[in-house]
Write a protein that binds this ligand. Structure first.
Ligand code: SF4
Length: 390
């Protein structure tokens, strides 16, 4: 490690410098403390696959602490317990108000042409920054068996909505479903009189790549012409095993995409973004969007102010090769997806940004600049040649 991590050197005036790295023993205590917080506040518990745990261990071995990017995404950082920015809510994307089928929390319909279907609340691993913790925790508590009953509800609903052209399977992670259930969903949708396009959002390829590369499951995805949208957040999530899974999918002609949130201390560095997005492109994975992390409860350790986000976007666009630099930087909002060009007014004194789209407006509570301590590039890119580690 450098004598003075740049996160400390760059701390905005008026903020306390970050203390030294979190030791493995302190992290174990934070993990235990988080278990209690998760139960009390209805957050997702820590869940890490054996495959991903080996990456976390390698990161700790190299850095000597647990503040590395992958650990920070999977285990609670110190600030998880008490850093808050105000205006943070349980359900920012407003899933609950967009569940049109009485008794079902698996069908979410916000846009005329597409429906979200959440056939499971289970993910292969849990992400500390997950924006859907509230609804997923509900579903975990309800212990719902979602297939086939929820699929029947979806089919009945689609019959009444002729404008829907796409069904997005998300969750939870649909790639954790048993093959039998996945097959039932895909074949049922493709057998409809107006078969929708099917998209699946998944992080299973980075948590358990062999489960995705299973030949029967790959064949199913290919048969249903699925678009698979990965949520890879950091270049160190891509290794030989993950690339082998992506190759198996490509060989079957499954279309691969990525989108991911820009997370403070995990990937808020333009060179890292270039590495991630070009590495995915090398694997024939097209990155569609970089997301602003939503202002949900307990998300402040990961949030980024819009000014810094746009500066990162500009630096990324300047540094990235032309075949990847058109990636959109997007905020999910009550108006749908909004971007920089939708900003109508910016009240810097109150930290409120007004977005306008198609005649509608909404006010976004920006993340305060004094809390927006950038991630340390030496830590986030600890494998880079010449960077100190260990
Ligand atoms: S895999 Fe997706 S849905 Fe599951 S915890 Fe992570 S971000 Fe949330």
């Amino acid at each position: 490690m450098s004598a003075l991590p740049s996160a400390i050197a760059n701390a905005p005036p008026g903020t306390s410098p970050a203390p030294p790295g979190t030791s493995p023993a302190e992290q174990a205590a934070l993990d235990a403390r988080y278990d209690a917080l998760a139960r009390a506040e209805r957050l997702l518990p820590i869940k890490i696959t054996g495959f991903y745990a080996r990456k976390l261990d390698a990161e700790v071995a190299a850095l000597g602490h647990t503040d590395g990017p992958l650990n920070r995404a999977a285990r609670p950082p110190r600030e998880r317990f008490d850093l808050a920015a105000g205006h943070e809510v349980a359900d920012w994307v407003d899933d609950r108000s967009n569940m049109p089928v009485p008794g079902s929390t698996a069908i979410i319909h916000k846009y005329p042409d597409r429906v979200l279907f959440m056939p499971t609340s289970v993910c292969a691993g849990h992400c500390q920054y997950c924006f859907r913790q509230d609804v997923l925790t509900d579903q975990h508590e309800a212990g719902r068996t979602r297939v086939p009953a929820e699929l029947d509800a979806l089919v009945a609903y689609l019959a009444t909505r002729p404008l829907v052209r796409e069904v997005i399977l998300s969750g939870g992670d649909p790639m954790t479903l048993p093959t039998r259930d996945l097959a039932l969903i895909l074949r049922t949708l493709k057998a409809l009189p107006r078969p929708p396009a099917i998209r699946i959002h998944t992080r299973t390829p980075v948590f358990a790549p062999k489960a995705v590369a299973d030949p029967e499951r790959v064949a199913l995805l290919a048969e249903a012409d699925v678009r698979l949208v990965l949520h890879v957040i950091h270049p160190y999530e891509i290794c030989a095993e993950v690339e082998a899974a992506l190759l198996a999918l490509r060989r079957a002609d499954v279309r691969l995409y990525n989108h991911f949130p820009l997370l403070r201390g995990v990937n808020d560095d333009p060179d890292l973004l270039v590495d991630l997005i070009t590495r995915l492109d090398d694997n024939r994975v097209r990155t569609l969007s970089v997301y602003v992390p939503e202002p949900i409860r307990f998300s402040a350790p990961y949030r980024i102010g819009l000014k810094r986000l746009f500066a990162l976007q500009d630096a990324f666009v300047a540094a990235a090769p032309s075949w990847v630099n058109a990636v959109r930087f997007t905020l999910d909002s009550p108006l749908g997806k909004v971007r920089r060009e939708h900003i109508e007014a910016w009240d810097e004194a109150r930290g409120l940004v007004t977005f306008a789209r198609e005649g509608r407006r909404f006010v976004y509570p920006d993340f305060p600049a004094h809390l927006d301590v950038p991630g340390d590039p030496d830590v986030m890119r600890w494998r880079q040649p010449g960077r100190p580690a260990g």
